[in-house]
Design a protein around this ligand. Sequence first.
Ligand code: UDP
Length: 452
Amino acid sequence: MEKQRKRRCRVVLVTCPFQGHINPMLQLGTVLYSNGYSITVAHTKSNSINPSNYPNFYFLLIPDGLNECQYSSGDEIAEILRLNDNCKITFQECLAQFMEQLKAQDEMISCIIYDEILYFAESVANRLELPSIILRPAGANFFISRSALLQFKDGGNLSSKGLESEDTVPNFHPLRFKDLPLSKFGSLETMSQLLDNASHTRSSSAVIFNTMDFLEQPSLAKIEQRCQVPLFCIGPLYKFAPALSSSLLKEDISCITWLDKQTKNSVIYVSLGSLTLIDESELAEMAWGLANSKQPFLWVVRPGSVCGSDWLESLPEGFKESIGERGCIVKWAPQKEVLAHGSVGGFWSHCGWNSTLESISEGVPMICRPNSGDQKVNARYLSHVWKVGLELENEVQRGEVERAVRRLMVDKKGMEMRDRAKDLKEKTELCIGKGGSSYNSLNELLKLISSF
Ligand code: UDP
C-alpha cells in the first residue's frame, strides 16, 4: 500500500555522461525504486544509457545543443561547462511538459537529484519549485583537495612547475602539490571554473556522498562544518544495489570462467577505468612487466584506450606466446564480480573513486597508477593513509611493473596490505549492515525525500 502510494511520487535523476558518474547515480536510483519511488533518468545525448536495460525507469532526453565537433573535442571539462549553459532552458521546458503529463496521471515529482557537476538542474528545480539534492559521486578527500587547488590558484601561487612539486601542501597532509586534482581533460582555468561552480550547495536541500564515514572521517568533518544542509554518506552505493550493471560497454563474462580455474588470491586484475588513455610503449611495458612477474593476470584493455590502435594490435611480438593460459585479456569486465572473486588478490588501478571503493569493499589491495583529477588524491590516501596500495609513480617500465606486481602479490609487504584490506572490507560490511552508518544515512535520506 505504502509502495503504491509512493509510486505516484517520482524522483528525477540528472545524470552526467561518464561511466564513473552514471554508476553511482543509477545505483541510487535502484535503491530509491526498491523503496517505492518511480524513477526518471534525465540524460543528454552523449554516452547515453540504453533504456532497454532499465525497464522500470523512464528516460527523458535533455536537448543539449552540442554538435558532434563539441562532443569529440577531447576537452570534457569544456563540454560539461557548455552543457550547464545550454541545458538550463531546454531542461526546464522538457521537465515542465513532463510534469503536465504526470499531473494528468495523478503523479508528482518529489525531488530532483543531480550530479554535482550538472548544476543547471538546481536552477531548473528552483524555477519549477521542486526540491533538489546534490549527488557527489567522488570522495570527500577529493572535495577537500579541490579547495586546496582553488585556494592556491586564486592566490596566484600555482604554476605548472609548482604543480609537479613533491612538497606537502600546507594543511592538506598527506597531499603533495603533485597530487592536487588537476584534470588532463581541460585547462586549469576551465577546471577551476567547473569545480568552483560544483562546490556550492546553492538552494539544494541536501548533499549525498558515495563514501563511508569510517574511511574519510577527517575530511567529512571539515565538509560538515562548512555545509549548511544535511550530508548523507551512503557508500558504497553499489552494495545497496548489487544486481545492477550500468556499464556502457558490454561486459565479457567469460573472464569469470577463467578466474574459476586460478588459485586463491593469485590473480592481479588490471584496469585503468573508462577514460584513461595510454600510448603504445606504455602498453608494451605493462605487457612485459606482467609477463615477467609470472603471476596470472586479468587485464582490461578498453578498445580505443591505446593511442593509435583499435585494440590489441600493438601488443609486442612474442607476448601472447610467452603468457599462454596465464593471462586473460578482455575489452571490459564485470569489475565488481571480478574483485569479489576469490582468485583475485590484487588490483592494478587508475584509482577512479568507484574502483577505489569497489577494491576496498572487496578487501583487495592495489597498485595505484593514477592518471588525472581525483585519482591522484585517491592513490595518495590508498598508499599513505589506508596503506592498502603501492604507488607506481614514475614512467611505466617493465622492471618496475614486475617488482610492483611481485611485491603486492607474493612479498610480506603485500600480505600486510592484504590484511589491512580485509580489515577495511569488514568495516565496510558493518557500515552497510543494519545500524551501520551508511545504512542509517540511507534511511535518513529516505525520510527527507518522503517529507518533501
Ligand atoms: N568498470 C567495469 N568494467 C571494467 C572497468 C571498469 O565495470 O572493465 C567499472 C568499475 O566497476 C567502476 C567504473 O567502471 O564502477 C569506473 O569508474 P571509476 O570511478 O573507477 O573510474 P573512471 O572510469 O570514472 O575513470
